[in-house]
Design a protein around this ligand. Structure first.
Ligand SMILES: Cc1cc2nc3c(=O)[nH]c(=O)nc-3n(C[C@H](O)[C@H](O)[C@H](O)COP(=O)(O)OP(=O)(O)OC[C@H]3O[C@@H](n4cnc5c(N)ncnc54)[C@H](O)[C@@H]3O)c2cc1C
Length: 419
């Protein structure tokens, strides 16, 4: 990467994992970087997620059947994918666009577009962790998709075949009898698993902490409790930002506002159809026999991630607006859903219950690129269920785009001008 003129400044608005990723590559390219966040760095959706960095998760939420599941959830408040009726026209527009893309063809196309950014990101993480060993408790020991019922395991065989034939993502199948040798935390009466060995995991709050500490050390200014209030434009560019800390000027601006992005559509003269997709997690002390691997239990739609100092269970996708409650029954549901898979009961000391609003786009693709009407404004948002998994390549793309360099992967499909 060439080095930008020392004097060029960038303000990144939003200090989630995506904003941090952008700061990393811009700082390395020689920009003078400031990150502002109205709360704390990494305290929103990037805090309590499942921590999986998982190219195997290339298939998007828009899959045939997702719509039916969403409609049925209107009658079932404990469904993992849930929609609540609301008086918001933009939600119904979003759902309509989402529904139109729930076809096999669109699902495969979205996967084709996501694959390069997912693969590039995990490579970039490997480079980062070579520089910052043990940051965020990084482990590259795969992701296991575990099934209780034989028919579910056999049905997943088709997905596995699709992943392998369409995207070159391969797994090893583990039969029931071999499960305990693979991971002693798994019960012996399960049907089996598919293990994607090339995925990795982190403890996301620790990663944000370790990575932002490195950035601060390298000269990036991180300003917490500094909220964006207004965007001041002059012709085709942004002149300054009005923030809770006063006016801030820079040469370039990156908006990494996660689920809050759509609130800035008018200010940036750009459609930003990003809906909050609410999910929950519970982090507990490690059970006596703790899983050694991150795991998904697709029959219950939950993820389980072991950390050095705890075990996290996370899941749910709720389109319920900006509801910030954590219903105790959702947390109980997470714990109960994991129990039939694990040898020792989960439910030790609860360290944290959490929710996060995922930045969901209706085509399942992130929004990365220049704001169509503004020369010096860029968007890095809409990372759906995979913001952690795509943060590094997103940051690299943003640095390339600001410098007007060729991009290391084709980013055309992510351009904000598609809406
Ligand atoms: C239960 C759950 C499990 C998940 N598991 C995984 C996983 O295993 N792997 C994976 O890759 N992804 C996972 N995700 C998704 C991932 O967490 C998100 O995609 C990612 O955190 C989005 O990052 P972000 O930086 O875009 O948004 P955020 O982390 O939400 O950051 C946006 C920031 O913008 C700030 N902001 C908003 N408005 C303003 C303003 N006006 N002024 C200044 N700052 C502002 C906010 O304070 C916030 O800090 C999971 C999500 C959930 C809910």
């Amino acid at each position: 990467m060439n080095t930008a003129a020392r004097s060029e400044t960038v303000i990144i608005v939003g200090g989630g994992i995506v904003g941090i990723g952008c700061a990393h590559y811009l700082q390395k390219a020689g920009f003078d970087v400031t990150v502002i966040d109205r709360a704390g760095i990494g305290q929103a959706c990037s805090h309590g997620n499942c921590g999986m960095i998982c190219p195997s998760h290339v298939l998007p939420l828009n899959e045939p059947g997702a719509l039916r599941e969403g409609v049925l959830s209107l009658l079932n408040p404990s469904a993992p994918l849930r929609i609540r009726l609301q008086m918001r026209l933009d939600l119904y527009r979003w759902l309509l666009q989402f529904a139109r893309r729930c076809t096999h063809r669109q699902m495969l196309e979205a996967g084709q577009r996501l694959l390069p950014i997912l693969e590039s990101s995990i490579d970039e993480y490997r480079t980062l962790f070579a520089e910052l060993p043990a940051a965020g408790q990084w482990k590259e020991n795969g992701l296991a998709y575990v099934f209780r019922e034989q028919p579910s395991l056999d049905a997943f065989a088709q997905t596995d075949q699709l992943l392998s034939e369409t995207y070159g993502i391969t797994a090893r199948r583990i039969e029931s009898a071999e499960l305990s040798a693979f991971d002693p935390a798994l019960r012996s009466d399960l049907a089996g698993a598919y293990v994607y060995d090339h995925d990795g995991s982190v403890r996301p709050d620790r990663l944000v902490h370790d990575w932002s500490t490195l950035l601060a050390h390298n000269g990036v200014e991180l300003v917490e409790r500094c909220g964006l209030e207004a965007v001041r434009k002059s012709g085709n560019s942004i002149e300054s930002l009005q923030t809770s800390n006063g006016e801030m000027k820079a040469d370039h601006f990156v908006f990494a506002l996660g689920a809050w992005s759509s609130k800035w559509s008018d200010a940036l003269s750009c459609q930003l159809p990003v809906e909050p997709g609410k999910g929950y997690s519970v982090t507990m002390s490690r059970p006596e026999i703790c899983p050694r691997h991150p795991m998904l239990f697709p029959e219950r739609r939950i993820g389980v991630t072991p950390f050095d100092d705890g075990l996290r269970i996370g899941s749910m996708m709720e389109f319920v607006g900006w509801d910030s409650t954590i219903p105790p029954q959702r947390i109980q549901q997470l714990q109960e859903s994991a129990a039939p898979y694990l040898v020792t009961p989960v439910g030790g000391e609860v360290h944290e219950t959490w929710f996060g609003w995922r930045p969901m786009t209706w085509d399942s693709l992130p929004i990365i690129g220049r704001v169509p009407e503004l020369d010096n404004a860029f968007l890095a948002t809409g990372h759906n269920m995979l913001g952690l998994s795509m943060a590094t390549a997103t940051g690299r793309l943003i640095a390339e785009l600001i410098q007007e360099h060729p991009t290391h992967i084709n980013a055309r499909a992510f351009s904000p001008d598609r809406f």
